[in-house]
Design a protein around this ligand. Structure first.
Ligand code: PMT
Length: 410
């Protein structure tokens, strides 16, 4: 854990530096001692006074300041740290690190340090995707530098893509994981539902919906990346089975429920599948014929509610049950009602009106609704939503420790 660890935070000059006061606050809250080094460009975005007020320590800016060199030269700054964190790490900072350029306090320190270095890159998507940056990142990773993020989403420059600095809580989680020496969800098991269900009318026809499985599969992968043992119960989708995950492919809501029940007990359940609420009563055993008589009409019966079943108190209730709410109007209001009705702990509300492209698309705008409030997440790729949700789940379960509180997650 971060408690008692000394973090040397290097803030370089990107717009994401505005998040560093919050990062310092969260690191201190997690029990770390934080000392900051600010580059000249970094000073354009955040003041030394803000960082020193929050860290309770002097902020170091100048390689050639006699005072800094006298009290605390760059070697001592590194010596007195357990870890060096560069956040934000601009494309320029990564390039200098990769090529051993030392032309200010931050880069000299990075060249001189023998401590583990973690970076949270932040830059425009084109800079992140540029071959030069890709090569620099590879070089740094090969030398043991850890990259935290970046995330995908809207950028200060008005573009959308990968390159946003990870959120402070995700950086804190990554540091915690680094010190723990293991993935934050190691030892936890999860069951995730994904995709649509097909409800048969006869042996060749069925009722379905537009879910592609992209969101649910990404969540299964993100939980697995954080170390959880994941069972993915998927309706019919065109996606390949993710590596390292137990995948159970099913057709109908009833098959999905049976497969979920077989995956229990589990610590975590995330229901991202678009399960058909109804099925046709009395599915025909043979293909229905168009024989000139009246057009068929169907009676429907309600399917079992998998999420509500998982959320019900009992010995097999997962410690954290997360549902999704697919809405086309009054998104938060309806999601709150579903949270209460189904009894899950959190619900990810998303607008699935055709104009949003949520069904089948690559991006999603999620509002995380809990018993205590609503968090509005930016529009981001489904992969980024998944990573954020997995990080939240890990933070919640690790904060909760070993205590099991069915139905009590805030
Ligand atoms: O698959 P993609 O194309 O990537 O799209 C992602 C998504 C839009 C499908 C996903 O983000 C999403 O919103 N999933 C939930 C879809 C849904 O069925 O929502 P709902 O509001 O009808 O249901 C509420 C919750 O109850 C969901 O967690 C659902 O999985 C669950 N449910 C519903 C009915 C049922 N019989 N059993 C259930 O478990």
């Amino acid at each position: 854990m971060l408690n008692g660890k000394r973090v040397l935070l290097i803030v370089t000059g990107g717009i994401a530096a505005y998040k560093t006061p919050e990062l310092v606050r969260q690191l201190i809250k997690a029990g770390a001692h934080v000392r900051c080094v600010l580059t000249k460009a970094g000073e354009q975005f955040v003041t030394p006074l803000t960082l020193s007020s929050l860290s309770g320590d002097k902020v170091y800016t100048d390689l050639f300041s006699l005072t800094d060199e006298h009290d605390m030269g760059h070697i001592n700054l590194s010596r007195e740290a357990d870890i060096v964190l560069v956040a934000p790490a601009t494309a320029n900072a990564l390039a200098k690190m990769a090529h051993g350029i030392a032309d200010d306090l931050a880069t000299t320190l990075l060249l001189a340090t023998d401590k583990p270095v973690l970076t949270a890159p932040a830059m425009n998507v084109r800079m992140w995707e540029h071959a030069a940056t890709r090569d620099n990142v590879k070089l740094l990773q090969a030398r043991g530098v850890t990259m935290i993020g970046p995330d995908e989403g809207d950028m200060a420059c008005g573009e959308w893509g990968e390159g946003r600095m990870s959120e402070p809580e995700d950086i804190v989680l990554a540091l915690n994981a680094f010190f723990d020496g293991e993935a934050p969800l190691k030892g936890f098991s999860a069951v995730v539902t994904s995709g649509p269900t097909h409800e048969a009318i006869d042996p060749v026809r069925y009722i379905a919906n537009r879910s592609s499985g992209k969101q649910g599969h990404a969540i299964a992968e993100a939980l697995n990346e954080l170390g959880a043992h994941v069972t993915l119960v998927s309706g019919p989708v065109d996606l390949a089975d993710p590596q390292g995950i137990t995948v159970k492919r099913v057709e109908s809501a009833r098959d999905m429920k049976a497969a979920v029940d077989r995956a229990l007990p589990a610590d975590i359940a995330v229901c991202a599948a678009a399960v058909a609420d109804w099925r046709v009563a009395g599915e025909a055993e043979q293909k229905m014929k168009k024989d000139g008589s009246a057009t068929p009409s169907f009676e429907t019966i309600e399917n079992p509610d998998i999420l509500a079943g998982l959320s019900a108190p009992g010995p097999n209730r997962p410690r954290l049950v997360v549902g999704f709410a697919a809405e086309t109007e009054s998104v938060i209001e309806h999601a709150r009602a579903k949270l209460a009705k189904k009894g899950c702990d959190w619900i990810c509300a998303n607008d699935v009106s055709p104009a949003t492209g949520t069904f089948g698309g690559d991006a999603n705008t999620v509002h995380l609704v809990t018993r205590t409030g609503v968090e509005d997440w930016p529009t981001q790729s489904k992969r980024a939503v998944a990573r954020k949700l997995a990080a939240r789940i890990a933070a919640h379960l690790n904060a909760e420790g070993t205590a099991t509180k069915p139905g009590g997650a805030g």
